[in-house]
Design a protein around this ligand. Structure first.
Ligand SMILES: NC(=O)c1ccc[n+]([C@@H]2O[C@H](COP(=O)([O-])OP(=O)(O)OC[C@H]3O[C@@H](n4cnc5c(N)ncnc54)[C@H](O)[C@@H]3O)[C@@H](O)[C@H]2O)c1
Length: 194
């Protein structure tokens, strides 16, 4: 089912349709996001700021809002929100993106404060540069940044989507039953050296 996460009515619709079909929601990977143009903040337009916030932060809040309601009503569930290295440290060229990804950290921790007692587990992942289509497109537009990024990673390579998927699967399932409100970095040591 397709939905634009920046439109609350479309998020509510996919949640409602999922519950109609499956009865409840056990796991939710709140992952949609965009990187933005990579321009310095003073060169970015208000339209771009609104777009990044609308998808990365409001979109994640809408998903969390409607899915948590279903989970709490049905005895609990597990959510993984996607933050970023830029959600745990400051980075240039991604000021708005970084603001939204720091917001994901607040969403994660505070949801736990309110609803862990109702069986909700909410964690966040903070990937470093990972070779997905988004990053490939970003580095094609900003080639000098790819060399910089790899140089700054202690493991000297980007992460893979498969490595991130393993972490998300672990966090979602009962193997991580007592892990709640954490932000797990998966970045080859990148933020550890900052
Ligand atoms: N790749 C990285 O290096 C990296 C690092 C840290 C965090 N992240 C985060 O990981 C998540 C996934 O990014 P990715 O690298 O796989 O990028 P991607 O562009 O390959 O995938 C992003 C996905 O989000 C979807 N999406 C975008 N806008 C949407 C909208 N309005 N409604 C619904 N879906 C929408 C796209 O269709 C796509 O499937 C994002 O939140 C991103 O910020 C990525």
């Amino acid at each position: 089912m397709k939905a634009d996460v920046s439109k609350p009515e479309e998020v509510k619709n996919y949640v409602d349709q999922t519950v109609d079909r499956f009865g409840t929601i056990d796991y939710f990977f709140n992952n949609a996001g965009i990187s933005g143009s990579g321009k310095f903040f003073l060169d970015s337009t208000i339209e771009e700021i609104n777009q990044i916030v609308g998808i990365n932060l409001l979109g994640a809040l809408y998903g969390a809002r409607y899915v948590s309601e279903v989970m709490v009503k049905n005895g609990g569930g597990s959510i993984v929100n996607t933050s970023s290295s830029a959600g745990v440290i400051g980075q240039d060229s991604v000021v708005t993106y970084s603001a939204t990804k720091h917001g994901i950290v607040g969403l994660t921790k505070s949801l736990v404060a309110e609803y862990a007692k109702d069986g909700l587990r909410v964690n966040a992942i903070a990937p470093g540069p990972t070779e997905t289509p988004m990053v490939k497109a970003f580095y094609e537009a900003n080639p000098e940044m790819k060399a910089n990024a790899t140089r700054g990673i202690p493991q000297k390579r980007l992460g893979t989507p498969e490595e991130v998927a393993e972490l998300v699967t672990f966090l979602l399932t009962s193997k991580a039953e007592y892990i709640n409100g954490e932000v797990i970095r998966i970045d080859g040591g990148f933020t550890n050296t900052k």
